[in-house]
Design a protein around this ligand. Structure first.
Ligand code: GRF
Length: 245
């Protein structure tokens, strides 16, 4: 299985995957590592492991520097109608301009990824919203080809601060989730979850440490399952599709 990994930050999940790849226990080859941030330490880790890297500078697209191509208004309207995360209301002109910048950034991201022909795109602390424009490109023929690791037991605590939110809520158990990526925020079909206990003497950092350990294990496990072809998405009893292993 050829996998691409996208990171925005430290990249300890990436490191765990690279370690397993070098050990021979990951049934996948990391063909490239991409980031939206030139300074992401994950890129450094990839370079050390001699894995090709690239950066897509989203902020340039946001500022419209160097000029964006003329807006494809039909595409923007179509995406705007479907996407569930960007603010749709307040200022429609700004929202459309912002979305067009995002679409242009994603075009570059897809080109850079596709140069390495990945079978699967793995988000590992990639802090950007992916629009339906990007997801349609990979989620074709009823198959999801983008996965994410989330630091909480979804659907509890979506968003960026899974560990903090779990700890502040006073949970006695925390969890981590690997899921397919769909158009919502951390809302795609759940592939695997793992839980850990939270003790009275814990603080946010001990909680995070415990959770990260589980992240490293289940992310690799899920990638191996996908490589083995045993992960199936099926209609569920309710409105949501569900994953069967
Ligand atoms: C992890 O907690 C992951 O669940 C979340 O972002 C964090 C990335 O950490 N999506 P790292 O960059 O892999 O160390």
């Amino acid at each position: 299985l050829r996998i691409a990994v996208l990171v925005s930050g430290g990249g300890t999940n990436l490191q765990a995957l690279m370690d397993r790849m070098h050990e021979g226990t990951l049934k996948a080859r990391i063909v490239c590592v991409g980031s939206d941030r030139p300074g992401a330490f994950g890129l450094e880790r990839a370079r050390t492991a001699r894995i090709p890297t690239f950066v897509v500078d989203y902020s340039r697209y946001r500022r419209g520097e160097g000029g964006l191509p003329p807006m494809d208004t039909a595409l923007v309207d179509q995406i705007l109608a479907r996407q569930r995360i960007l603010p749709q209301g307040a200022d429609p002109v700004a929202a459309r301009r912002r979305l067009w910048g995002l679409i242009c950034a994603e075009r570059e991201l897809m080109d850079r990824l596709d140069a390495h022909r990945p079978d699967l795109v793995c988000l590992a602390g990639f802090m950007r919203l992916l629009t339906p424009h990007f997801l349609d490109h990979y989620n074709t023929g009823g198959t999801f080809r983008v996965i994410n690791i989330h630091p909480a037991l979804l659907p509890a605590f979506p968003g960026r601060h899974g560990y903090r939110d779990t700890f502040h809520y006073g949970c006695k158990w925390g969890g981590v989730t690997v899921h397919f990526v769909d158009e919502g925020e951390d809302s795609g079909p759940v592939i695997a979850q793992a839980v850990y206990p939270i003790f009275d003497q814990d603080d946010e950092s001990t909680v995070q440490k415990r959770g990260l350990h589980l992240e490293y294990k289940i992310y690799a496990q899920v990638i191996n399952w996908i490589a083995d072809g045993v992960v199936h998405v099926e209609p569920g009893p309710g409105p949501r599709p569900r994953v069967r292993i």
